[in-house]
Design a protein around this ligand. Sequence first.
Ligand SMILES: C[S@@+](CC[C@H](N)C(=O)[O-])C[C@H]1O[C@@H](n2cnc3c(N)ncnc32)[C@H](O)[C@@H]1O
Length: 246
Amino acid sequence: MSDPKDDIYDPAFVANLFDRCSRSYRRWSAISSFGFIALWRRQCVGRLATPQNTQPVVVDLMAGTGEVWPYLLRRFPDLETITALDISHRMHVDAVARLHGAYAERITHVEADALKTDLEANYADLLVSTFGLKTFNAEQQALLARQIARIVKPGGSFALIEASDPKGWMLRPVYRFYLDRVLPLVERYLLRGANDFSMIGTYTRNFGDCDQMAIALREAGLSVEVKKHFFGCATSVAGTKPTEHG
Ligand SMILES: C[S@@+](CC[C@H](N)C(=O)[O-])C[C@H]1O[C@@H](n2cnc3c(N)ncnc32)[C@H](O)[C@@H]1O
C-alpha cells in the first residue's frame, strides 16, 4: 500500500505544498505564464452571468492569495462579500498581508477543504475558482462538483478556469518543453527552490483539461459550457444552477 504522504492528491500533501509556495506564488505564476494568468482570471470572471441580486454573495474556491478579487470587485463593485476558501494556512496569511484596507472587510476567510466544506447550501449568487482544479483527481472533481451544486443558489452562476494541456495545437511540443524542462531548471537554479512549482507542472499534465470537470458538474445537475483559452493552454467551465422552474 502506498504511503499517504506520497499521494499527491492527498489534501494534507497539497496544503503543505502551497504553504511552502505561498510567498513566491504570485510572482512565479505571473512570470512563468508570461502574464497570461492575469488575463485568464479576468476572462473567468467575465464568464459569470449577471446576477439578479445587485449585491451578490461571491464564493472564491481555492482562493490562494486572492489574485482574482480585483477582477471580481471591478465587475461587481457592490458585491456584499467574497468568501475566500482555501486549505492552505499560509496562502490565507499572505492574502491578508496583501489586502488593501478598502476591501479587506469585504473578504471572509475560510480555511477548509473544499471537498468537505460545510458552507451553507444555496449560499452563493456567484462562485468562481481560478487555477484551483488541477490538484484534484477525477473522483475528487466529482465531489467538488457536488459541493458547487450545493453551494450555488438556484439561478446563480459559476465559472472555473485551469491551465490545460493544449492537445492538437501545433506549438504544443514547444509549450510542453517549456513546462516540463525549462521551468524546473528555472526553479532549481534561479529560485534555488525545491521542486514545489515543478509539482504544479505535474498536476497540470495529469489534469488535462476541464472536460472531466464539465462532466462532473453536469452529473451534479448544473448547466455547463466549456471554453478554450489561447489554443487550449487554459480551459474554463461556466454555467448556472437551474431554478425549480427550469
Ligand atoms: C494554484 S493556487 C490558485 C490560487 C488562486 N485562486 C489563483 O488564481 O492564483 C491553488 C490553491 O488551491 C488550494 N487548494 C488545493 N486543494 C484544496 C482543497 N482541497 N480545498 C481548498 N483549497 C485547496 C491551494 O492551497 C492553493 O492555494
